[in-house]
Every structure is written in C-alpha cells, then in structure tokens.
Design a protein around this ligand. Sequence first.
Ligand SMILES: NC(=O)c1ccc[n+]([C@@H]2O[C@H](COP(=O)([O-])OP(=O)(O)OC[C@H]3O[C@@H](n4cnc5c(N)ncnc54)[C@H](O)[C@@H]3O)[C@@H](O)[C@H]2O)c1
Length: 389
Amino acid sequence: MINGERTIQRPMRWGMVGGGRTGQVGYKHRTGALRDGTYQLLAGAFDLDAARGRDFGMKLGVAHDRCYTTYQDLIAGEKDREDGVDVVSVATPNFTHFEITKALLEAGIHVICEKPLFFTVDECEIVAKLAAEKNLIVGVTYGFTGHPLVHQMAAMVAKGVLGDIRIVDMQYTHGFNAGDDDSADAVAWRTNPATAGSTFVLGDIGTHLYYLSEVVLPHMKIEKLLCDRKAFIPSRAPLEDHATVLMHYDNGARGHLWVSSVNAGNMGSQRYRFVGSKASVEWSDAHPDQLVYQVQGEPESIMHHGMPYLENESLAADRMGALHTEGLGDSWSNIYLWIAQAIDAKFRGDETFLKTHHYPGIVAGTEGVRWLENCVRSADAGAAWVEYA
Ligand SMILES: NC(=O)c1ccc[n+]([C@@H]2O[C@H](COP(=O)([O-])OP(=O)(O)OC[C@H]3O[C@@H](n4cnc5c(N)ncnc54)[C@H](O)[C@@H]3O)[C@@H](O)[C@H]2O)c1
C-alpha cells in the first residue's frame, strides 16, 4: 500500500510546459505529482499566453522569475541554476512534444511527456537515443495504468488464472464531438493533422487502451491488424472521430477495439475485457473500484480494490484502502511516483533497479506511436489487414 512515505532521496525539482489555466490535462499532472511531496513545482512555461501563464504559475506558488514566457526561456533560466529543475512535464498539444522533449533532454533535464508521444516512430527513436546518451528518463503519462486493479488483471494473467488469453475487447468512447463545432482550442488542434498528427481519436484515447493492454498482456504481440476509421464530421477528415481496430496476436488471440468521440450521449468510458480459456476479467473506469471476475461454470464475482484477497502487485499499488474509492487521481499519483523512482535511480546510478522497475517510459511511448502508424497504414489502404511492423 502506498501511504505517502518517501521512497526517493529527495523531492524532484519539477517544472511544467503547458498545462496552464485553460489546459485540460494540467491539473491531472499536478494531482499526480504533488500528492506525496515527491515533486515540488518550481518553474513553468504554462501557457502560450505568457502573461496568463505567469499569473497562473504564481497562483500555484511558483516564484515570479521562474514563470517563464517560453519553454526556451525556461531551459535557459533553469539549466545553470544550482536549484534548477530536475524534470519537466510536457502538457502541450501533440505537435510540440518532439521539439520540446528534445530541447529539454539536450539541456540535461528529465522529461515526462504526454501521449501520443510524438508523430512518428523515427522521432521516438531519435529521442530514445538522445535520452540514453544523456542518461535521462522519459516518462509518458498513460494515466489509468497506475490503477491497482489494472495490476490485479496483469498479475492474474501472469499467474495463468485466466488460462490462455483468447479475446481482448477494449472500448474508449465519448460523445463530446458528436456535434460539428470544432472551434474550441482543444478541439481545433486535435482535429487538424498539422497539430494532432496522423490521427484524432486513435491517438487521443486509443493509445490509452493499447498501453493498458500491454501492461496486462506483456507476453502477447500483435502480428497483424485491420483499422477502419471514419470522420462522421467530414471537416475532420483525413483524421477520424471514430475507429474500429481488429488485431491478431502471436498466441492466436483475437482483439477488437472501439474508439469514438461521436458516441452521442456517452460520458466517456474505457472498458477492458480479457477473456481466457478458463475465465475472464472485466474492468471499466465507470466502476473503478470493481473488477468483474467470471469463471466458466461458476457464479460471477466482483473483486474490490484494496481487499486482502487480491494479488500483492495490486495491493502494492493501492492508496485508499478498500473502504474508499480509488480513482484516476490515485492512478496518476502512482505513475508520477514510479517515474520519480526511475529518475532517483538514475541519480544513484542504480541500473539494476531500473532493469526491473516498471513505469511508462520511452518504450511505452514508442510502442503507442508504432501502433498508431500501423492503424493509419491499414486504414489508408482501405481498412486492409497489414502485417504489424
Ligand atoms: N494522459 C491523459 O489522460 C491526457 C488527457 C488529456 C490530454 N492529454 C494530452 O495532453 C496534451 C495537452 O492536451 P490538453 O487537452 O491539455 O490541451 P489544451 O489545448 O487543453 O491545453 C494545452 C495547454 O498547453 C499550452 N501551450 C500550448 N503550446 C505551448 C507552448 N509552446 N508552450 C507553453 N504552453 C503551451 C496552452 O496554452 C494550454 O495551456 C495533448 O498531447 C493531449 O493528447 C492527455
């Protein structure tokens, strides 16, 4: 159980690029980072509107002279300070991730970047090489994969409780873009290939599904895939507001995944069902405390987070205890904690720890982008089956 006790030598000196007053995801980063005193927010270039960003930063308690106008100013101001930031989170629109991450790493600063990490696998590989040369960590904020019941599913699969995995069924849909008004900033950049990349909902929400499935099923690799995508609002083409992906895995399993932002009336739900030869598990963020466990021929059971009958891997990630709800904020705190532990291991030169320490890093970010590239290749070939490359 995580109780806030310090597990690293000292708090990370932390900065943010983006995530300003009007940003959608910034508060989730601060919820994750500032929970246990694992990070101290000391600097930021929070907003494209520099005055608003400074005002916001100061209201978060950041000193006036460390609320910077641009990320370049942040790097220039922080890199030679004795108390300069160790790590910076990048919570800006997709098209800026590569340039900002690269500049931070070149300045010797660890990075925590939003998904989808970059536009191409080539860019991911450039950054992976740079991070290795500089001995720095790149973390990626796949927010819900810190949840203890995700790790319960992973442990049950690893221990063979479900038998051989046959079916992977995932859905992340909402209806917020069912209408055709894309004028809000956060929608405008998401529906423009120049700022979003080669996908809309596949990258925006589908990468969450894909990474979570990698956490639960690390032994299974996709062999081929078919992606059918559509823009129900035509102005969003060539990007999609709806997609279905079929996947064949190397163990013979079949996967299907549905992402959509035009699922009218749906308030946003991710749902995962992993079906094995003996039993199935199903988890959804609509009921995050509960894991449905179904053994063929037996009554269905509901496992509750934090209960002693769960696997140690799940209990180790639990914060609230069984009597209270464990949700998205708790999960983000775990992701931030695990990334801080990785950076701390770098400080200590402890590569042995890093070999087995699990957190969403550059590989997770790269594999998300690789999955997107395969989806786009298939969709652009007319929803054809493509060998996974
Ligand atoms: N992990 C998750 O669960 C999750 C959830 C939502 C968004 N995201 C990702 O987070 C990123 C941001 O999404 P959002 O919805 O918060 O976007 P947004 O449009 O709501 O906010 C973007 C923020 O970045 C600032 N900004 C833009 N360019 C900047 C720059 N060059 N320097 C400094 N600040 C800059 C804007 O002023 C704004 O504060 C995207 O990559 C998105 O895919 C992830």
